[in-house]
Design a protein around this ligand. Structure first.
Ligand SMILES: *[C@@H]1O[C@H](CO)[C@@H](O)[C@H](O)[C@H]1NC(C)=O
Ligand SMILES: *[C@@H]1O[C@H](CO)[C@@H](O)[C@H](O)[C@H]1NC(C)=O
Ligand SMILES: *[C@@H]1O[C@H](CO)[C@@H](O)[C@H](O)[C@H]1NC(C)=O
Ligand SMILES: *[C@@H]1O[C@H](CO)[C@@H](O)[C@H](O)[C@H]1NC(C)=O
Length: 193
């Protein structure tokens, strides 16, 4: 990774971390949750199919350096904050961008359980969004899962919370009134890349 990319990585994740803390202080204590319905990420500034194809190619070339593949992905696309990779010759590995540091989990841990449970989903494609309450306190994630006989991958992308986004109403406990006149955007959008 270049120095410039790494700096960007640090800046983006540091501001994301600050903003998520303000959410906690505004609201209820963090509780891990998973929505009942799958939801596709919106507002992506990159082509996710292109990145998925690249990952599939890389892993099927028998590149087992999952932390290197993950670090390149997370630094190139700061909108992605977590990735799980697995292959026939390497057990699944979760990598998370935790406030600018790459944390690599070769094994399931209690703190990362919600990511692994989402990865276990029986269907490929977008999974139901979930909220992490451990390493990424209070952040909701979209999850894209792809598993075949040869490879597995999961991509985790923070949700930009917005009560005016009807597709996210479950997060706010059902359909919410969205009054553009009085909406305080600074309280609603806590992850701005
Ligand atoms: C995070 O918030 C603290 C306290 O409000 C502030 O001092 C710090 O500069 C902020 N960091 C970033 C990266 O915004
Ligand atoms: C990857 O490894 C598997 C298992 O060792 C092997 O069957 C396969 O041919 C390898 N693929 C490549 C592209 O090297
Ligand atoms: C993985 O890649 C990184 C960066 O290229 C390298 O520093 C590290 O030694 C590699 N790890 C293994 C196990 O090959
Ligand atoms: C991770 O799991 C593997 C296989 O179950 C086990 O052999 C290994 O000791 C575990 N590593 C850690 C750090 O717990």
């Amino acid at each position: 990774m270049t120095a410039a990319a790494f700096l960007l990585f640090l800046i983006v994740t540091a501001s994301a971390a600050n903003n998520s803390i303000s959410l906690i202080s505004n609201g209820a204590p963090c509780e891990t949750k998973t929505l009942s319905e799958p939801r596709a990420a919106t507002g992506l500034n990159f082509d996710i199919s292109f990145e998925i194809n690249n990952l599939v190619l890389e892993v099927s070339r028998n590149n087992t350096n999952f932390s290197d593949i993950s670090q390149q992905l997370l630094s190139t696309h700061p909108q992605i904050v977590g990735v799980i990779l697995s292959s026939t010759i390497r057990l699944p590995t979760l990598s998370l961008n935790v406030r600018g540091r790459l944390k690599v989990f070769p094994n399931r841990t209690a703190e990362t359980d919600v990511f692994w449970k989402t990865f276990d989903a029986p269907h490929n494609g977008w999974a139901p969004p979930f909220r992490d309450c451990n390493f990424l306190q209070g952040i909701w994630f979209y999850a894209y899962i792809l598993k075949s006989a040869d490879i597995g991958l999961g991509l985790f992308i923070p949700v930009k919370l917005n009560q005016c986004d009807f597709g996210l109403s479950d997060i706010f406990g059902g359909p919410h009134q969205c009054d553009d006149e009085t909406t305080d955007v600074s309280n609603l959008i806590f992850l701005c890349f």
